[in-house]
Design a protein around this ligand. Structure first.
Ligand code: PHE
Length: 452
């Protein structure tokens, strides 16, 4: 069997930026700051870092490994790699595809707000130091069904067009252009924020722990964030892994991506919190921090409108890379399992997401009173993907590799058939995957839901 006809990433740098492009997203710039702000600052950060090391990183290596070993989409991978009569493992793949659609239903909506905000920042629509003004602007955007839907559909059309170009000419080419710009913008924003008078208080907030805030719910949130951040537990890293080059060092690439992703989150925190404190705003504003507090903060500083536009461009870039990687999960599955073209598969996927996205987009207006488990559709999609589907997918992935796939195959795949000197590391990884990580996630899940 030859794989020459299958598209894939073409260079080591391409692999790195595309994978990093998936990890870096609204999770760093929107979720990480507001969750840190509302869950105790540095103590939350600490729990999050531990979760990343014990859960996120091992799973990222594992998923990429599985994808590369099978060279297939999230579902077919388990058909190819599982022993005969263990067909049930492919439910991991189907769950992943479902999670991808759920995530995109709300993620493309937030991305839509970000794109809208670029235009608002440039046109001066956000020019006020009064958060009440930015609150009104934000309220108008999200409460208006037409604009909420329009921006979501624009984002879906834009990212769908890139996906249609394919893996190397679409995803990889776009990531290579955008990721460097993202880092430059982020550093510029950090310098601006750190040189404001009073910036130190923001850093203190970010880096001084308040351990009294840690409880089961906070730990579950941190683990959910670790999954969400590193795009694991739902087939994204697996699908990207299937495009990895055979000579790529998977453990090294995954570790680099993890550190770079953490750096982006910290830099985003450093860009945001010192400025928030310098101008006397509230750090625990929640999900609206980026859309309500930030515009007012930026307008308070010299050169504010320019930095505000740059901030939202940066966020839009981050969101784009992440959306591409989530969208590729159903698209790759449809291409390979239904035999449809990339175009048709993309169209079908974005139509499904748009349909599910309608109730999410209208959660601040027409569907605000639709409640599932007490949550509106937007919050429900966020909650069920980060806090249920991804962790459960993670547990099943660990069990698959730890108890079915086995240590020898793991070793062969991660050492590139014995050519990389990483035997010790793989042995540790195997113990993590077989016992520690699944147990840890299970306990945290059960505890987080008050079952134990
Ligand atoms: N990692 C992305 C972020 O932080 C989100 C994401 C989740 C991407 C799941 C792919 C899969 O925004």
């Amino acid at each position: 069997m030859t794989h020459t006809s299958r598209d894939g990433f073409t260079s080591t740098f391409g692999v790195l930026v595309a994978t990093l492009g998936s990890a870096v997203g609204l999770g760093n710039i929107w979720k990480f700051p507001y969750l840190t702000g509302t869950n105790g600052g540095a103590s939350f950060l600490l729990v999050y870092i531990i979760a990343t090391l014990l859960v996120g990183l091992p799973l990222m290596m594992t998923e990429i490994m599985l994808g590369r070993a099978s060279r297939s989409n999230a579902v077919t991978t388990f058909e190819k790699l599982a022993p005969p009569r263990q067909g049930f493992w492919k439910s991991i793949g189907f769950m992943g595809v479902a999670a991808a659609i759920f995530i995109l239903a709300f993620y493309t909506e937030v991305a839509g707000w970000v794109f809208a905000y670029i235009f608002k920042a440039v046109s001066g629509g956000l020019d006020s130091t009064d958060p009440a003004h930015s609150k009104a602007v934000f309220g108008e955007l999200v409460a208006n069904p037409q604009s909420a839907l329009l921006w979501q559909w624009l984002v879906l059309g834009f990212t769908g067009a890139i996906i249609m170009l394919g893996v190397s000419k679409g995803i990889e080419a776009v990531s290579k252009k955008l990721m460097p710009v993202l880092f430059l913008l982020l550093i510029a924003l950090c310098i601006r924020s750190l040189t404001l008078p009073g910036a130190m208080r923001g850093l203190e907030f970010l880096f001084t722990p308040d351990f009294s805030k840690i409880n089961a719910g906070v730990v579950l949130t941190a683990v959910g964030l670790a999954f969400f951040k590193l795009s694991v537990g739902m087939g994204t890293m697996l699908t990207y892994g299937s495009y990895f080059r055979s000579e790529q060092n998977i453990p090294l690439t995954a570790t680099r991506v993890m550190f770079a992703d953490l750096a982006v989150s910290l830099l985003a925190g450093i860009a945001i919190f010192p400025a928030v404190f310098a101008f006397g705003f509230e750090p625990a504003a929640g999900p609206s921090l980026v859309f309500i507090t930030i515009p007012a903060v930026f307008h308070s500083m010299p050169g504010g409108s320019i930095f505000m536009a740059l901030f939202f461009i940066l966020t839009a870039i981050a969101a784009t890379g992440a959306i591409l990687s989530i969208l590729e999960v159903p698209v790759a599955m449809l291409i390979e399992r239904c035999g449809w073209s990339r175009k048709v598969s993309t169209l079908v996927s974005i139509l499904a997401i748009a349909a599910l996205g309608v109730p999410a987009a209208l959660s601040q207006s027409l569907t605000a009173n639709w409640k599932l488990f007490g949550l509106n559709p937007f919050d429900f999609f966020d909650f069920i993907s980060s806090n249920i589907l991804m962790p459960v997918g993670g547990i099943m992935l660990c069990l698959f590799v730890g108890w079915s796939f086995g240590r020898d195959k793991l070793m062969a795949a991660l050492s590139n058939e014995g050519t990389l000197p990483n035997q010790k590391l793989v042995k540790i990884l195997f113990i993590l995957l077989r016992y520690i990580t699944p147990l840890l996630i299970s306990v945290i899940l059960l505890h987080g839901f008050g079952i134990i």
